[in-house]
Design a protein around this ligand. Structure first.
Ligand SMILES: *Cc1c(COP(=O)(O)O)cnc(C)c1O
Length: 382
């Protein structure tokens, strides 16, 4: 079905095709060339990450993180149930066991109290997901990690260009955990179609990350002249994207500020237009926690019941507007539920049942956005 207002439309910032042509002309199309390095440098300089490695997806970056932590069948990983499958699969692929934590009541991010209740002698990693780009309560989570000597990993797939804020000021998401994973999938703020990045913030993992990235060889050190031959030194896989992907991504990164400013304007327009419906008690708007910036990755609302959400989505669809639900709690998934320890995760289930995401993309016109809000209004007032 064609929609007048789809959920997402990929955006071309301008220079992508020129940079891809330049990569083609250079006859250097495999990974870690000029454009890959420009992207790495951009993230290190802009956000203060220690080391950055582009990957073919955020999924791959998470798999690298699981490899770097040397996780195996004896180990447990704590992560939210309300997340994308890749957050979980990366660790299951290493044979680790998952302990799913519940979400906060104020937003879908992982609850520190729930994490704390799951920490045990086998816990080897805490994985947080900054849902909708909103910061998790990082001080509490980092304190738990520190007290129990458990590394914290950030699934920052949706969190580009956002900050966690405390009394010491803002700090960029993706720079707080020892490792963090970003996504440049078509649905994210900055995209290369498919794409991702691992940020390494702890020196412990720095050299090995590059080796895993280069199929288990010390090829990168060889090209820098640090070793006189290169060979197989560790585990690894093919995690590098080609220069075509990096060239496209760099074209987007050059326009990051413009993209972020515009998305934020649209986000705020939704937030204002939907305020009366919240005041009237029909729905809840998403909230930005006081310790988080806003990167306008997504606009969602919460319905009063699963039934009402289904009806609202169907009503919007009948008006040729596509609004979509999001994750099905992983603890209740066909793959994982037989392995789940049986605890109820009521907040995670509540977001599974009542959360609805509204169209938000660069080419969304203000009048289209207001039309979406007017139709939501019409639904509730009918
Ligand atoms: C998009 C997303 C991913 C996966 O990203 P890919 O680049 O498609 O692999 C992982 N985790 C979260 C939270 C995401 O939103």
């Amino acid at each position: 079905m064609e929609f007048d207002i789809p959920f997402n439309k990929p955006y071309l910032a301008g220079p992508e095709m020129d940079y891809m042509q330049e990569a083609v002309n250079s006859l250097k199309l495999s990974g870690n060339g000029k454009f890959s390095q420009k992207c790495h440098q951009f993230f290190c300089e802009q956000y203060g990450f220690r080391k950055c490695l582009l990957t073919t997806s955020c999924t791959d970056a998470l798999e690298m993180a699981a490899l770097l932590l040397n996780l195996g069948p004896e180990d447990e990983v704590i992560l939210p149930s309300f997340t994308f499958v890749s957050t979980a699969n990366a660790f299951v692929l290493r044979g680790a066991s998952l302990r799913f934590a519940d979400s906060l009541s104020e937003n879908p991010n992982i609850s520190p109290a729930s994490i704390e209740s799951l920490i045990g002698p086998k816990t080897k990693a805490i994985v947080v997901v900054h849902y909708a780009g909103m910061a998790c309560p990082m001080n509490e989570i980092l304190a738990l990690g520190k007290a129990h000597r458990i590394p914290v990993i950030e699934d920052a797939a949706q969190a580009i260009d956002n900050v966690y804020v405390d009394q010491n000021g803002p700090r960029f998401l993706g720079g707080l955990g020892v490792l963090s994973a970003f996504s440049f999938h078509e649905t994210k703020n900055i995209s290369s179609g498919e794409g991702g990045m691992l940020a390494i913030n702890d020196q412990t993992y720095e050299d090995r990350a590059e080796i895993l990235w280069e199929k288990g060889t010390n090829r990168s050190a060889f090209f820098r002249g640090e070793v006189d031959k290169y060979g197989w030194v560790d585990l690894g896989s093919s995690f590098l994207p080609s220069e075509l992907t990096a060239a496209f991504l760099y074209g987007q990164l050059e326009h990051l500020k413009q993209i972020q400013d515009h998305r934020l304007k649209l986000w705020q327009l939704y937030h204002e237009a939907l305020a009366p419906l919240e005041q009237a008690g029909y729905l809840k708007r998403m909230q930005v926690p006081e310790y988080s910036g806003n990167n306008a990755h997504m606009y969602y609302l919460l319905c009063r019941s699963a039934k009402e959400r289904t009806e609202l989505a169907a009503f919007l669809k009948s008006k040729r507007i596509l609004a979509v639900t999001h994750y099905l709690s992983l603890h209740a998934s066909p793959f994982f539920s037989p392995k789940h320890d049986g605890r109820d995760l009521p907040e995670s289930d509540r977001y599974t049942q009542t959360l609805l995401r509204l169209p938000l993309y660069m080419d969304l016109k203000e009048e289209e956005l207001l039309k979406v809000c007017a139709q939501i209004d019409a639904f509730f007032k009918a």
